[in-house]
Each structure stands twice: as C-alpha cells, then as structure tokens.
Design a protein around this ligand. Structure first.
Ligand SMILES: Nc1ncnc2c1ncn2[C@@H]1O[C@H](COP(=O)(O)OP(=O)(O)OP(=O)(O)O)[C@@H](O)[C@H]1O
Length: 694
C-alpha cells in the first residue's frame, strides 16, 4: 500500500504553501501532498485519487464538482502565528482596527479567534474589498493575515499577522483519518507552545514595566501639591491622589473604580469627554469648597483615553499667594547687591571678589566666613545675582534671631493643626520659599544642635517634610551659609556638627576685615558720602585717627559713623572734636620697642618720633611739649585750657585732648586730675579736667 495522499485546495497560493509546510513538519514524508490554488482548473484525477481533501474555507467547497463526496473533505481550522500578536499589545483600548481578508468567513473567523485570545478591548471592523462601502475615516489601523495588498491605501498603519497556520486540532483530525503515525507531533506542539510561552513572557515583562511605571506615576501624583483625579473614557475614576483625598475629604479607595458622577458629579466631565476640549482654571463649588479646576482630555492616537482633572482649594491658593507676596517684601526675596556694589581696590577685597565670581558660576554650597559687618550678606547676594538662579528667590534666614522652638516650623513649614497656634491651611517653610533660588543661612554658627541635624538631612536629601506632614516636598535650592564664628573651634567643643560643617564648607570664601584693607577706608567713606549726597573734608589729623582706629564693626560701623557725621558736622570739614569718644580714645597699639628696655635711648627716641608723626603733625607736638617744658622747669603743672591759650599754632580742645592722649601713651607726658574745692568747702577730684606735666 502506498503513502496516504492529501490534496490542499486554497484560494491564495501563500496559504497553500503555509499549509504544506505545516503538514510536512508534522507528518514528514509519510504523506503525499498535492496542491491546488486560485481559480485554476482543478485536476479531477488528483481530486479523485487523494485520500483527503483539505480546504482553507467553506467557500472553497462550493467550487468543487457536484459529484464530489464532501465527506472526503476537511475544512482546516486555523490558528494564529503567536509571536506576531505582540504587535497588537501596544494598541490602546478602543482602537478602531479594520480586519482585512479575502472572504468574510475568514475575517469573522480570525476576529473571533483574536477576541478569544483576549484582544476584546480592540474594536474590530470586518472588511473584504468590494463587499460593502464603508467610512474609513475613523480607522486607526488595518490588520491582516498576510494579505497586505487588500488593505485600502488610505490607511497608514498596517499590522500583518502573517498567514494563519493550521490549528493543532485539525492536524490531529488528519492523522486520525489517514491513520498516520504521530511520532513528530511533539515537534509541532513544542513549536506551538514555545511561541506561546515567549508571548506570555513578553506580556509579563510589559505588565511589570507598566506596574513599575504606574508606581512611579503614583508617587509623582502624590508629591504634587494639587488634587488630581483621572478617569477613563467612560468617566470611571482611575487615579485619586493624596491631595485630592485631603481636599475633598474622601478616601481614594472608596472612589477608584466608581463613576465620577457618584463621587464628584459637580466636575461635569461629560462635556469634556464629548468636546475633547481642555478647560482651564474654572471656579467650581464642590462639597462646600471653592476649587480652581482644570480639565484636560487625554488623547492617544486620536482616541480619547479619559480626562485628567487637577484642582486646588482657592482659599489656600489665595493664602499662599498672599504669604509669598508678604514674604517677598518683608524678607526681601529679591537681592539689593551685585558685585558692582562691593567697593574697594585693596588686594584682599579684589581677590575675594575674584573668587566669589567663580563660585557664582557653580551651583555648589558656599560657606562665607568673616567678622561682623565685613559684607558677608553683600557677597551672598552678589553670588546669587551672578548665578543661573538669579531669577529665583533669595531667602535670607538669620539663625541668631531664630528661636529654637520656632526654627523647625519656620525653616520647613507646617501642616494645619500640627501644633497649637498653627495657622489654618498650614504654612510654607523658608526652604520651600527658596525653591529654584538661593537660601542664605546667616550666622549658621548660632544654629542650635537640633536644627543642625535637621539642616543636614535637608542638605543630604534635598527634600523637606513640613512639621506634622507626611509627604516629602522636593526642593531645588542653592545654599550659601555665613558665619563670623570659628566653626572649627566650635566643632572641637561639640557645639557644631562636623558632618554639617563639611556639607557646608564645599566652597569656602573669606571676607577680609577693614583693618586688613586700610587703603579702602577713604574709598568706602567717599562711596557712602556720595551715596548720601554729602560732601565732607577730613583734616589730616582726623584722617590719621580714622586710619588708626581698629573698626571692630567693619564696614557696617564705618557706614553708621558716616551717617553720624552727616548729622552732626555743620560745615563741610570733619574736625577732631566731631569724632566719637570710642574712636578718639582708642588706644593705638604702641610699637613693641616702646615697652622694651632692651633697646637704647636713641632707638627709643626714633620710635617715639615715628609714632607721633603717625598721629599728627610733629610741629604741634613740639609746640605742646615746649609749653609743658617751661612749666615743668618751674615745677608747675598746666591745665588743658591754659595750654590751649599759649599755643603758637591754635588747636581746638578736642585736638589738644587727642594730642595729649598720644603724648601720654608714649610716656612723654604725665597727668593728674585737677583738685577743685566743692561748695561745702571740701577738696574734690575733677577727673574731666586734668593737669599735665613732663
Ligand atoms: N564691599 C562693600 N562695599 C560697600 N558696602 C559694603 C561692602 N561690604 C559691606 N557693605 C555694607 O556693609 C553693611 C554690612 O554688610 P553685611 O550685612 O553684608 O555684613 P555681614 O558680614 O553679613 O554682617 P554680619 O556678620 O553682622 O551679618 C551693609 O549695609 C553693606 O551695605
């Protein structure tokens, strides 16, 4: 007996080839295979002699001769090429898919199979060219099994699932009918299941990726300061973030999955769903609140996927705005100074300026050190103004003036009801206020240890949590800290955290004190006077005193002193008597040699002359000393007013007072308080008037 024979009859040649290769894989050479396809005449002899006729569809049967015994024919059940299905997985629910084939039977059969395989979220539209006219306008994609040529040209996106192979059950039917061995069955089944597993794995991966993406999106939604509700195209709620829960006082759990009409019908989303138009900043009254609402329809590949609604409580928006406005003016969130305002030509200030410009070009944390009033804040503002954050806020915080119990809520803000006295609606912290700008932590050395720990956390994590809150708020701020204290010293005493110090001291900048740049003194004085539109001259003596004063309050002290002079000087010249006591009486440091006995008299004389010359005109000193010498010869002492009257070059009382202080300081003149007689006749010591002698 010969091999059993099968005649394959299909309309398309491609289908015939696929069937042949499917049967070969399963039955190998155990069957004789004949093929017939298209509208070519059928070889009746072959039709008669074959044991089994396998046809691709019922339609084909109608083409066979009437005499043909239909019991010998088998209609092939068809499956789908599994890996090709992946292309359908990216299609959004509701996508309009034109399913294209050559017979309606094939189309319907293929659609049924896809729906059974789980693609029931797609909207399939059967299509056989020429069968009926249809509007192809709303079609998103055409799907076919290997018949691309039948797809209308107007459709751009095409998914070809390839010719459908013979289903496994048909293979088993053939084997049974022809009594064929099943030895290769496992190849076919293995192939089939391998594709299936691969498809499943890819599907699982994409499900996992989607899950991860969803988790990320969820945390983004929850970090946002606005309520967010998202629905699908039917108006069913799919997202309900934490802020939405807080504003509407509803739990996400009780809302998700429900129609928005059952939860917040006031949103009136039907209009957005129908019109697909976005609506921004509508004021809606919902659950006794006035909300500022925006609705944005989500459209993907021309399909409405749902609507995203964002909203804020208007009272809070207004309060925040007011708070920001208030803060902007009271805290001066805008800067006053730039590098142009930093006056001085000395080497030390020029090099500090030079370094600061470089620091401004980076975004790292800066630690500015320097004495009181040297201009640390001026530098901080100039750095901010010169940086890429110049359009953002500059928020100064002074730790010296911040009470420990309020520091945390001031810096990080608080939520409503977090402590007694907390404002309704909570409050934004200074770090939040400085978002996208610079925060200036002034007098950082005065920050209590508890706040140092909190600051360290913020600097490390770049996010804050309001007092009494449970969500983290990401912040993007540049930190500039400043101090006049010796942080190293404080660290060694445990008063300043080492880890915080190293977080702050990324870019150090030291501002010189005024004593280190005396050459800038009169440049600064001119600047302040010019700024106040005042012209003042300084006598050489006054200049000398000012140059020798130690300016412990630095530029701030100098600026205040200029303001004082502007008020008290009546003419246009500053005389010695205009100077403040503390400046006048400042004990200029004597040369070390004057205190030492080790050096000879000549050296000593030289040093004294040098010292006197630095504190005024030597001729004036000579004039005073000559008068005192004449009195001393008679063993007499002399008071300031008599001395004044005897001078050949006139000097004012305060000039005399100053000169006598200097002479006294270098040991050339001695003084004792003058004895006066009081009204009751008793002798009294008058310390304000002294008598001088050599
Ligand atoms: N180089 C400068 N040029 C002009 N004015 C300056 C300069 N430096 C400081 N000033 C002025 O000196 C005053 C003190 O400056 P600033 O407040 O920046 O000092 P500070 O070092 O931050 O002081 P503190 O340590 O007390 O906080 C300011 O009014 C400022 O106008």
């Amino acid at each position: 007996m010969g091999r059993p024979s099968i005649l394959l009859i299909t309309i398309m040649e491609k289908v015939c080839r696929t069937f042949e290769s499917n049967l070969r894989m399963f039955f190998g050479t155990n069957v004789q295979i004949y093929t017939a396809h298209g509208h070519r005449e059928l070889d009746i002899q072959i039709l008669d002699k074959c044991d089994l006729i396998l046809v691709s569809s019922k339609n084909v049967l109608t083409c066979l001769p009437k005499s043909f015994d239909q019991n010998r024919a088998l209609i092939a059940r068809r499956t789908v090429h599994m890996p090709k299905l992946e292309q359908l997985m990216d299609l959004a629910p509701g996508t309009h898919c034109l399913f294209v084939s050559n017979t309606m039977e094939t189309v319907e059969d293929a659609i049924q199979l896809l729906i059974r395989l789980g693609f029931d979220h797609l909207h399939f539209i059967p299509y056989v060219p020429g069968e009926r006219r249809m509007d192809l306008e709303r079609i998103d994609v055409a799907i076919t099994h290997g018949l691309r040529e039948l797809i209308p040209e107007t459709i751009e996106k095409v998914i070809d699932l390839d010719t459908r192979p013979i289903d496994l059950t048909t293979i088993f039917d053939i084997a049974r009918q022809l009594d064929l061995p099943m030895e290769k069955a496992h190849f076919y089944t293995a192939e089939f299941f391998r594709d299936f597993v691969r498809l499943g794995r890819n599907l699982a991966n994409s499900v996992n990726n989607e899950k991860r993406l969803n988790q990320k999106l969820e945390s983004v939604f929850n970090a946002v300061h606005e309520g967010i509700i998202s629905t699908d195209e039917m108006g069913r709620i799919t997202v309900f973030n934490e802020e939405a829960e807080r504003i509407l006082k509803l739990s996400a759990e009780s809302c998700i999955g429900k129609s928005y009409l059952d939860v917040v019908p006031e949103l009136k989303l039907d209009k957005s769903i129908q019109s697909r138009a976005r609506e921004s900043n509508q004021l809606l009254e919902i659950r006794n609140l006035v909300l500022l609402v925006s609705k944005v329809p989500m459209i993907l590949d021309g399909h409405l996927m749902g609507v995203v609604v964002t909203f804020q409580d208007v009272t809070i928006v207004q309060r925040n705005e007011q708070e920001i406005r208030k803060k902007s003016s009271s805290l001066g969130l805008t800067t006053k100074y730039s590098f142009g305002h930093i006056i001085g030509v000395s080497g030390s200030i020029s090099s500090a300026k030079h370094v600061a410009v470089k620091l401004a070009n980076s975004d790292f944390t800066v630690l500015i050190t320097g004495e009181n009033g040297t201009g640390k804040e001026v530098f901080a503002q100039a750095i901010h103004r010169h940086s890429t954050r110049r359009d953002g806020p500059f928020v100064p915080v002074n730790f010296a003036g911040l009470a420990e119990n309020l520091a945390e809520s001031e810096l990080f803000g608080y939520e409503e009801g977090s402590f007694t006295g907390a404002k309704k609606g909570g409050k934004m912290g200074l770090f939040e206020l400085a978002h996208n700008g610079t925060i200036f932590l002034d007098e950082i050395g005065d920050a209590p240890l508890s706040i140092q720990a909190a600051l360290l956390r913020v600097l490390q994590e770049r996010q804050v949590m309001r007092v009494g809150g449970n969500r983290v708020i990401p912040i993007n701020v540049r930190v500039i800290a400043a101090t006049n204290r010796n942080l190293m010293d404080m660290m060694s005493k445990g008063a300043f955290r080492e880890d915080l110090y190293y977080r702050l001291n990324v870019l150090p900048l030291n501002i010189p004190n005024l004593r280190e740049r005396r050459e800038d003194l009169f440049i600064l004085i001119d600047y302040f006077l010019h700024d106040k539109r005042k012209q003042l001259q300084f006598t050489p003596e006054v200049k000398d005193v000012l140059l020798n004063y130690n300016w412990p309050g630095n530029i701030r002290e100098l600026e205040n002193f200029m303001n004082y002079l502007i008020v008290i000087v009546e003419g246009d010249t500053v005389q010695i008597e205009h100077l403040l006591e503390r400046i006048l009486n400042y004990r200029a440091t004597l040369p070390a040699s004057l205190d030492s006995n080790a050096r000879g008299k000549a050296d000593e004389r030289e040093d004294i002359l040098h010292f006197l010359a630095r504190h005024g005109s030597l001729m004036d000193y000579e004039n005073i000393l000559t008068i005192l010498w004449n009195f001393s010869k008679r063993q007499e002492r002399v008071g300031r007013s008599v001395l004044c009257s005897l001078l050949s070059r006139p000097m004012s009382e305060s000039q005399i007072r100053y000169k006598l202080t200097i002479l006294n300081r270098c040991g050339c003149v001695s003084s004792i308080p003058r004895k006066t007689t009081s009204k009751n006749g008793l002798a009294a010591l008058n310390d304000s008037d002294k008598e001088f002698f050599l």
